[in-house]
Design a binder for this molecule. Sequence first.
Ligand SMILES: C[S@@+](CC[C@H](N)C(=O)[O-])C[C@H]1O[C@@H](n2cnc3c(N)ncnc32)[C@H](O)[C@@H]1O
Length: 185
Amino acid sequence: MTMFLPWRPVLLAGGPVPAIATSVTEAETLELQRLAADATQALEVGSAFGYSAIAMALAGAHVISVDPHAELGSHPVTGSLAVMRGNLDAYGVADRVTMLVEPSQTALPKLEPGSYDLIFIDGDHVEGTVIHDVEWALKLLRPSGWLCCHDLDEGTCPGVRAALDRLFDHPQPTVDTLFTYQLPA
Ligand SMILES: C[S@@+](CC[C@H](N)C(=O)[O-])C[C@H]1O[C@@H](n2cnc3c(N)ncnc32)[C@H](O)[C@@H]1O
């Protein structure tokens, strides 16, 4: 079923913290946090203003966040670098999120294979880049680690469906537009 996910400000905690602009839904957030609670090392491709990185860090994971913050890709965002840094401080997770400010094409080949418990792909949503990011994620995950891809069957992101159809057998979202896949042990 096709969904259209609106960008809107979301609060990830109570107290004096800023709302963070995102299109990740509440149900997708809960699923990411459920997986992040069992993860020591998480990796994210596509961070924007920091919502998903902060959600995973609040659940207990250390997160490597990869985003050039340079208005690139199919869904460019503006001014995200300074806003994300401010959000990491405001939510008290700056020491649990390591920002790699570069595109996935240069960042992922430098990371240690087989060392991530959870990888969330939400970067450039064109087919070729999603294939690139997922193929690298499958190398970087440890056995039994979890891959999550955002925007499967989101109406403005046909490249995600095209890419996942080439890589998996009949992929379907588990929650809203979130595709999840566990690497074999
Ligand atoms: C949909 S937003 C990410 C939303 C974020 N995950 C959240 O929780 O709200 C997509 C992000 O991907 C980034 N991006 C674009 N091309 C990229 C690439 N090649 N590698 C990594 N990130 C990329 C953009 O800069 C943008 O911030």
